[in-house]
Design a protein. Structure first.
Length: 372
C-alpha cells in the first residue's frame, strides 16, 4: 500500500491546488524543563509529565523554581503548521490569521514564501513543554481571544474573501477551541460568503477543533451544528480529532468512557461519526489512524516512533497529509496513510518533509528500514 500511495502522490503534486486556510497563528518556543544542571552547556531534562507533576507538587505550600531551556523557536498554530505540509505538496496557499499585522516575524518565512499572507491580528505565544511521554502546551491567547468576524472582513474585505473562497479547492478553518469568536467567524462564512459561491460541491473543508476541553459542552455542540451546515451547503466537510478529543466528543453524545487510552478505536470512531452529519470523521491516536466516510470504517497502522525528535506539530502534519489525500480523492486508507507518513517523517526529523522525501519515506516504511 505504501508503494501505491507513493505513486499517487508523485502524480498528484504535479497539479497546484489553491487553498484558503486560517485563522490562528503562534510563535512557538519548544522547551525542556531542567532536572539537573551538569555544566553551563549540558543538563539532564525532566523526562516525564509525572516527574514534572512531582516537581510542582513538592513546591505546594512552599515555593519552587524551575529552569527551562528553549530547544527551538518556530511558527506555531494548527493552521500554519498544517499549511507548511500542504505547501510541500504543491498547494497554492492564501493564509489568513493571527500572524501579525505589521512585518512578519522571521519564524513565518517558510509560510510566506510563495504564498499570500493576510494578518488579522498579532500572533499568540506558546511554550511547548516537551517530555518523553507527551507535552504540555502553555499559551498566551489575547490576540486570538479578541479576533472577530468583523476583524476578518476589515482586513481581507468581504468581496475579496468571496473571491478567494470561490477560487479555492481546499478550505480549512481550525483551532476553534482557542479562537473565542470562531463560531461567529464560521457563521459569517456560512451566511455572508458561501451564498455567493456557486461551485460549493467542488470544495473540500477540513476542520480541527484543537482540544476543546476548556469550552462548554453547549458551545461545542453548537459548533458541531455549524459544521453540519457547511456540509448542507454542498461543501465536502471533514473533521479531524485525536483520540482524547474523540472520547470527549463521545461523552458529549452520551457515551461513558472510563479509560480513553484503551477504548476501542473502531467503536469510538463509528459512534462519534453517527452523531456528526458530515462527509468524513477522522480519529488519529499516536500509533494508528481511522476514519468513517460513506458509512464505512477504515483504519491503518502508522510508522510509530518511540523517540521523536519533535512532537509538537505532529497532529497538524497528520492533518496536512490526510487533508491533501482527501482533497485529491485518494482512497480513505491511502489518505490515512499519507497523514501518518507526513507526521511520521516530521517526528523523526523535526521538520515537515517535501513530497519527494515523503515518497522516499513511504518506500523505507514498506521495506521495513525506518528507524526511530
Amino acid at each position: 500500500m505504501q508503494e501505491k500511495l507513493a505513486g499517487k502522490l508523485k502524480n498528484a503534486v504535479k497539479k497546484r491546488r489553491p487553498a484558503v486556510i486560517g485563522f490562528d497563528g503562534f510563535i512557538d518556543e519548544v522547551v525542556h524543563v531542567v532536572e539537573k544542571r551538569l555544566d553551563p552547556e549540558h543538563y539532564a531534562r525532566v523526562r516525564t509529565i509525572a516527574d514534572y507533576a512531582d516537581m510542582v507538587r513538592n513546591g505546594a505550600g512552599l515555593s519552587t523554581s524551575m529552569e527551562i531551556v528553549t530547544v527551538a523557536k518556530k511558527l506555531g498554530g494548527n493552521g500554519p503548521n498544517m499549511s507548511i505540509g500542504l505547501k510541500n505538496y504543491g498547494i497554492d496557499l492564501t493564509y489568513i490569521g493571527t500572524v501579525g499585522t505589521g512585518g512578519l516575524d522571521p519564524v513565518y518565512a517558510p509560510l510566506a514564501e510563495g504564498s499570500r499572507i493576510i494578518g488579522v491580528a498579532d500572533p499568540g505565544q506558546t511554550d511547548a513543554v516537551e517530555f518523553e511521554d507527551g507535552k504540555i502546551i502553555r499559551c498566551k491567547l489575547v490576540p486570538l481571544n479578541l479576533m472577530s468576524w468583523e476583524d476578518v472582513k476589515r482586513k481581507v474585505g468581504l468581496e475579496e474573501l468571496i473571491r478567494l473562497v470561490c477560487g479555492a479547492e481546499l478550505l480549512s478553518f481550525s483551532n476553534w477551541s482557542m479562537i473565542m469568536h470562531m463560531s461567529e467567524i464560521w457563521e459569517g462564512l456560512l451566511t455572508e460568503v458561501l451564498p455567493h459561491v456557486g461551485n460549493r460541491a467542488e470544495k473540500t473543508l477540513f476542520i480541527d477543533f484543537a482540544d476543546p476541553e476548556k469550552r462548554s459542552g453547549g458551545e461545542i455542540l453548537d459548533a458541531v451544528r455549524l459544521l453540519e451546515r457547511f456540509q448542507e451547503t454542498g461543501v465536502k466537510t471533514s473533521l479531524g480529532l485525536n483520540k482524547k478529543e474523540a472520547c470527549e466528543f463521545a461523552e458529549l453524545f452520551g457515551r461513558k468512557i472510563a479509560d480513553y487510552r484503551e477504548y476501542p478505536l473502531e467503536e469510538l470512531t463509528r459512534f462519534v461519526a453517527e452523531h456528526i452529519k458530515i462527509d468524513c470523521l477522522v480519529v488519529h491516536p499516536v500509533k494508528k489512524a481511522a476514519c468513517v466516510t460513506g458509512g464505512s470504517y477504515y483504519e491503518v497502522d502508522g510508522p510509530f516512533c518511540a523517540n521523536p525528535v519533535l512532537s509538537t506539530g505532529a497532529g497538524d502534519n497528520f492533518n496536512a497529509g490526510f487533508a491533501y489525500g482527501y482533497l485529491c480523492g485518494f482512497e480513505p486508507e491511502l489518505s490515512l496513510m499519507l497523514g501518518t507518513a507526513t507526521s511520521g517523517f516530521y517526528v523523526r526529523n523535526g521538520r515537515t518533509g517535501t513530497a519527494e522525501e515523503i515518497e522516499h519515506f513511504l518506500m523505507e516504511w514498506k521495506e521495513g528500514t525506518l528507524d526511530c
